[in-house]
Design a protein around this ligand. Structure first.
Ligand code: SF4
Ligand code: SF4
Length: 446
């Protein structure tokens, strides 16, 4: 681009695209096949700005800002690369961080732009060049100093055990194991709690511990557990996150456990993707989300599950929200559904946007912390969708059709639960929001 055309304002870089954007598929003939290095690191070069991803981006659907969806962000990255715009710290922060990293754009992109890795790399570059939201700086220093992003003391991480017998026992077992002799058999199952659940949502760590106990699993906690580093990975601070990866990985290996259970989908995906990659796919222990682990135990022990608060004749009508980190990041769609379908007294319905096309809860990618209004709007849409979760149930002999909305929205990630719960509460929505551990807590396994 000639000198005179140099644009300084990001808004000038992002256009609304052609009027039919998103309705026609771009032609592959027009694509320059990038080198392998470009494919991995710079796949934004392939973006044709077709606008497909604009239709699925919940941030764009809230802000209507062209710099908020993947195609628009790619245009900014290209313009920066080519020197068409200047790098201005304050201007660059919103287009970089107003993204939930939900990955829905990646699913629909017809030319295969790996938006997730592009945007995480972009964040890394931008942070390196000194553009970092203030809140993120505080979270980073708290993680490095206190091993959690909430400015809480590390010793308080296990306070919830005071009111949860099963958690306290698991903590004690772990402590005993640390001082045990080499030849003593270690416990084989560990529960990695995560910061948000242990400090902010004690009801979830408590529910998970009780569910594992009900399933007859003798598990241990990790007294030296630190933040998994998800926030750091997601916000371009991979180098800082690596220290946590090293410490948590060594801690688990040293404990001798062979199976690690997670109730937080964010921690689970960070271990599955980043920890595994860094360990050359040889962590030395297996990773399970609670939904997968509970299903495995139920099958191994040939158990049945019954929801104690309702009956087969009058089931609790629920719909399942796929957390981005469990679904699109790790491909875990079926196990939670299989588990829920096994519960007598519960009936599962699907929302229109489910599995790899599920809408984000709004809290991902740091958006809840940095742009709370966007997180609330996106969460509101998801809650509204549960009311449209209409199904046709063949009722009596006349086969009358009855349309029934879900009563409860179940998720399997503490971030989804928090954001959706908050919105439902603020709006006095009739839909109840709960985590799957809380649903399982009210179940009998027999
Ligand atoms: S990221 Fe993919 S879907 Fe989005 S505008 Fe670019 S080419 Fe189209
Ligand atoms: S990752 Fe999600 S929020 Fe970010 S641009 Fe893609 S669809 Fe939008």
């Amino acid at each position: 681009m000639s000198e005179g055309k140099e644009k300084e304002d990001l808004k000038n870089v992002v256009t609304t695209g052609p009027p039919v954007a998103g309705l026609v598929s771009p032609s592959r003939d027009n694509l320059r096949e990038p080198s392998d290095e470009f494919k991995n690191k710079h796949s934004y070069e392939r973006c044709t700005h077709c606008g497909y991803c604009r239709h699925v981006c919940k941030v764009y659907n809230t802000s209507w800002s062209e710099s908020d969806y993947a195609g628009g962000r790619n245009r900014i990255i290209k313009a920066l690369d080519r020197g068409d715009i200047k790098f201005k710290k304050d201007d660059i922060i919103p287009p970089v961080f107003r993204c939930m990293l939900c990955g829905n754009c990646k699913v629909v992109c017809p030319v295969g732009v790996d938006t997730l890795s592009v945007f995480q790399n972009f964040r890394k570059e931008v942070v390196k060049r000194g553009a970092m939201p203030e809140k993120l700086k505080m979270m980073k220093s708290s993680i490095m100093e206190n091993n959690n992003p909430f400015l809480e003391k590390h010793v308080d991480r296990f306070n919830w055990c005071d009111s949860c017998e099963e958690g306290a026992k698991a903590y004690e077992r772990a402590k005993q194991r640390i001082t045990a002799k080499e030849e003593e058999t270690p416990y084989s199952v560990g529960y990695f709690m995560g910061c948000t659940s242990s400090y902010r949502n004690k009801e979830l760590v408590s529910a998970t511990s009780q569910v594992l106990d009900k399933l007859g699993v003798e598990f241990v906690l990790f007294p030296e557990e630190k933040c998994c580093g998800s926030v750091l990975f997601r916000t371009g601070l991979e180098e800082d996150a690596n220290k946590l990866v090293k410490s948590n990985t060594e801690m688990i290996r040293k404990s001798g456990v062979k199976e690690v259970v997670f109730s937080c989908s964010g921690c689970f995906s960070t271990f599955n993707l980043e920890y595994s990659r860094i360990a050359d796919y040889n962590l030395g222990f297996d990773l399970y989300h609670l939904t997968q682990y509970a299903l495995k135990i139920v099958k191994e022990k040939n158990l049945k599950i019954r929801y104690t608060k309702r009956s087969k004749e009058d089931p609790l009508l629920i719909t399942y929200h796929d957390p981005c980190h469990l679904g699109r990041y790790c491909g875990v769609y079926e196990e939670p559904r299989e588990l829920i379908r096994m519960i007598e007294g519960v009936k599962l319905f699907e929302m229109k946007h489910n599995k790899d096309m599920a809408w984000c809860c709004g809290a991902g990618g740091g958006v809840k912390a940095l742009y709370g209004d966007i997180a609330a709007e996106v969460g509101r849409d998801r809650i509204t969708e549960t009311r449209a979760c209409m199904v046709r149930i063949r009722e009596d002999r006349l086969k009358e059709a009855l349309e029934t909305p879900a009563e409860v929205l179940v998720s399997s990630c503490v971030f989804c639960k928090n954001n959706l719960f908050q919105v439902a509460n603020e709006d006095n929505s009739p839909i109840k929001v709960m985590d799957i551990s809380q649903l399982l807590l009210d179940c009998e396994f027999y």
